[in-house]
Ligand binder design. Structure first.
Ligand SMILES: NC(=O)c1ccc[n+]([C@@H]2O[C@H](COP(=O)([O-])OP(=O)(O)OC[C@H]3O[C@@H](n4cnc5c(N)ncnc54)[C@H](OP(=O)(O)O)[C@@H]3O)[C@@H](O)[C@H]2O)c1
Length: 228
């Protein structure tokens, strides 16, 4: 299993305002790059708050990228997945209605049966946890059982942190956008409880385009203070 994460953040490290609504951060190139990164993965997944802000399919638009996926023997589009304990999500969204696209929903033990049934009827594969909230490891195990070994996390900060805290993220794509969002309650791309031993990542590439910085990091084996 290989897990990547792709996020855009402001200069002050924020990904949205405190209200958690949709915010356009990156440029047209950042959007294009998001498609390129998605195209390299078999499944793309969001946490519930991100889905509430952007209830969309996590699709690839570019035809050349779609053809490259098919050459690999992959489905034209990556699976669009979400994780939500009780499936308290907007109803009737393009994601829910997209019958020709593979969609997965990970939920907790207390997700209402009626909501699960409605999603299944709409063609969504629902994976229900025995825990109140679907955990990062069980999400990856479910993908792996279906032969999916390249998964992309697209936020938000709380969902990302649940994977980072378990050392499950191999690669981080980060766009630094030269704006300030501010606000102590505005989320960063890694929320959660914080780390005791600080996970360490190695810079693999950096690129500047129109004032935005495109960074790519990969996991090293040892946390800060230990030899990698
Ligand atoms: N700039 C960017 O690149 C970017 C990208 C994505 C999102 N965003 C922004 O980020 C904001 C949302 O971020 P956020 O940190 O507030 O929320 P989030 O990470 O999107 O969602 C967190 C929610 O996901 C559900 N969840 C299910 N399984 C989980 C698990 N294993 N670990 C953690 N959460 C799990 C929980 O909701 P339930 O209780 O319902 O299960 C949890 O409250 C939005 O404003 C969005 O616009 C920005």
């Amino acid at each position: 299993m290989h897990v990547s994460l792709n996020m855009a953040m402001s200069l002050d490290g924020k990904i949205a305002t405190a209200q958690r609504g949709p915010v356009k951060l990156g440029s047209g190139y950042d959007f294009q790059r998001m498609g390129e990164i998605r195209a390299e993965h078999q499944a793309v997944i969001n946490g519930a708050a991100t889905f509430r802000a952007y209830p969309k399919l996590l699709h690839v638009q570019d035809q050349a990228l779609l053809q490259r996926r098919q050459a690999l023997g992959w489905s034209p589009q990556p699976i669009s997945a979400i994780a939500s304990s009780r499936l308290e999500l907007p109803k009737g969204t393009p994601w829910e209605k997209a019958v020709d696209s593979e969609r997965w929903a990970f939920c907790g033990a207390k997700a209402p049966r009626a909501r699960i049934n409605a999603l299944e009827k709409a063609g969504v594969k629902v994976v229900r946890s025995r825990q109140p909230r679907p955990g990062a490891k069980e999400i990856l195990r479910a993908f792996e059982r279906a032969g999916i070994t390249k998964v992309l996390l697209e936020g938000g900060g709380e969902f990302n942190a649940s994977f980072l805290e378990l050392g499950l993220v191999d690669k981080i794509y980060l766009t630094v956008v030269p704006i300030l969002i501010g606000g102590k309650d505005s989320p960063t791309w890694c929320e959660g409880k914080g780390f005791k031993a600080f996970p360490r990542f190695r810079l693999r590439s950096q690129r500047e385009l129109e004032g935005e910085l495109y960074l790519e990091y990969e996991k090293t084996l040892a946390p800060l203070g230990q030899k990698p």
